[in-house]
Design a protein around this ligand. Structure first.
Ligand SMILES: [Fe+2]
Length: 264
């Protein structure tokens, strides 16, 4: 997470309400409408059930408070608006306290499919539904707590665990694969690509392999990891993640597989 962004955080009024323009609401409406049919085809049933349960508005950008009220009841999580980019210590601290930091701006019309920075569509549509799931909710908190304890170097390694699960994770669903990672489910092109593309690698989730696999944020992924169930996240949530990071560091990073790929 860096500190350069072309986007500005939207400021709330004195009642904590963010006023979006009609055009910003219409971008949300368009994003939601284009994502809905492909989600039903490629997203994991647990995500779809959670999305249904969350009852997000389709015609306007929701306020963090209204999303939080449903999460609080279920798993004690809330979504809090933050500037477009925040530093690692703030990010980990918020997660460890069951507060999911959400960028408050919505993407511009020329970045409707994918942008490197998280916007409110990615945060809310991508992350909020599964915060209703106890395994996912516990894992994200445990990840935040581990990040608080980790050294600066260890955090870089730990970030790959988040990337390949919470952001770009796949899940086995019967005989097929489905997506649950927020970076996938909030992207029009990566959602079908992650499941159907014949050239990408889909490897079984193994924590050391995950921690040692490099990634780039500016291309469609070349490697995905497949969980057998979301309970695997719950098992991870109950382990100390730092010794895994220390072990991974002694093994070292694997060679990148994306050097010859075009930008996606
Ligand atoms: Fe995200």
């Amino acid at each position: 997470m860096g500190s350069n962004s072309n986007y500005r955080a939207r400021q709330a009024d004195t009642n904590g309400y963010i006023h979006y323009t009609d055009d910003e609401h219409s971008r949300w409406r368009q994003l939601f409408a284009q994502q809905r049919p492909i989600l039903e085809k490629f997203a994991t049933p647990a995500y779809l059930a959670a999305l249904e349960r969350l009852q997000l508005p389709q015609d306007r950008i929701p306020q963090c408070e209204e999303v939080s009220s449903r999460l609080l009841e279920a798993t004690g999580w809330r979504v809090v608006a933050v500037p477009a980019l925040i530093d690692f210590p703030t990010f980990f601290d918020l997660l460890s306290r069951r507060r999911f930091p959400a960028a408050s701006f919505i993407r511009s019309r020329d970045e409707m499919d994918y942008l490197e920075e998280p916007d409110i569509f990615h945060e809310i549509l991508g992350h909020a539904p599964l915060l209703l799931d106890e395994s996912y909710a516990d894992f994200v908190q445990a990840y935040g707590a581990a990040g608080c304890r980790a050294s600066t170097q260890e955090r870089v390694w730990l970030a790959r665990l988040f990337w390949f699960t919470v952001e770009f994770g796949l899940l086995r669903s019967g005989d097929s694969l489905k997506a649950f990672g927020a970076g996938i489910v909030s992207s029009k092109s990566e959602l079908p690509y992650s499941i159907e593309d014949k050239t990408v690698e889909r490897r079984p989730f193994e924590i050391i392999d995950v921690l040692c696999t490099p990634y780039r944020i500016d291309i469609l992924q070349t490697v995905y990891f497949v969980l057998e169930s979301l309970e695997q996240l719950y098992e991870l949530a109950n382990q100390d993640l730092i010794p895994w990071v220390q072990k991974a560091r002694t093994i070292g990073l694997k060679p990148a597989t994306f050097n010859n790929r075009a930008l996606g």
